[in-house]
Design a protein around this ligand. Structure first.
Ligand code: GSH
Length: 206
């Protein structure tokens, strides 16, 4: 039996973040295909992912990654040193706030997950044009978002940026970000990224 269950679907970027953490730490897990709205008591907000570990269930991906990092052996997702750990928290939060409220919302609109008026979608894209270069500049200073090794922050960023080439608008923004492109190439070579390659949404829904 797997150590933990991850409830979600493979195209969901937050579900992929939780799964990436399992792969990076060597945690044996089972993906239980669950769509937003089907979470029952696992998440009162009905979002994915959630995890179950024994009698413990948990939602919110930052809480999930912190729990996995504290509970399981394997490479640390957060640096030990306090300044580096704070920078990791900073970038996790920046992805979950600034990038989610621009590029991820536009992506959700593109895939019709989030029906919003076109003007709002245009606004998300315009915001992504301001936000993505901030990540690009940081990745020009350090190999990963925080220093020389991948941390939780990279595991939040990668599943979102992964989708850029498939989405007109985000594709061009990504292409104009050379450091982000180099970093994404590095991240894509990790076994965790290969193991969590999303299935096409139609296949998951079937
Ligand atoms: N803050 C949540 C966000 C999770 C989230 O937004 N998941 C998306 C799928 S990637 C979802 O369930 N969306 C459905 C909705 O917003 O109702 C987390 O970090 O886990």
């Amino acid at each position: 039996m797997a150590d933990i269950k991850v409830y979600g679907v493979s195209p969901s970027s937050f579900t992929r973040t939780a799964r990436l953490a399992c792969h990076e730490k060597g945690i044996d897990y089972e993906l239980v295909p669950t769509f937003p709205g089907q979470m029952g008591a696992l998440n009162p907000f009905q979002k994915i992912p959630a995890i179950a570990h024994g009698d413990m269930t948990l939602f919110e991906s930052t809480a999930i990654l912190r729990y996995l990092d504290r509970t399981f052996p394997g490479p640390k997702l957060w640096p030990q040193e306090s300044r580096q750990a704070a920078l990791c928290d900073q970038w996790v939060s920046a992805v979950n706030d600034s990038l989610v409220n621009s590029a991820l919302r536009f992506l959700a609109h593109h895939f019709s997950f989030l029906p919003v008026p076109q003007e709002m979608a245009d606004m998300y894209l315009a915001k992504a044009r301001e936000v993505v270069p901030v990540f690009d500049r940081q990745l020009g200073r350090t190999r990963y978002l925080v220093g020389d090794s991948a941390t939780a922050a990279d595991l939040f960023l990668a599943p979102i940026v992964y989708n850029f080439p498939a989405i007109p608008g985000l594709k061009e923004i990504g292409e104009a970000a050379p450091n982000l492109t180099r970093w994404m190439r590095d991240m894509s070579g990790r076994p965790s990224m290969k193991a969590t390659e999303p299935e096409p949404i139609a296949a998951v829904a079937a």
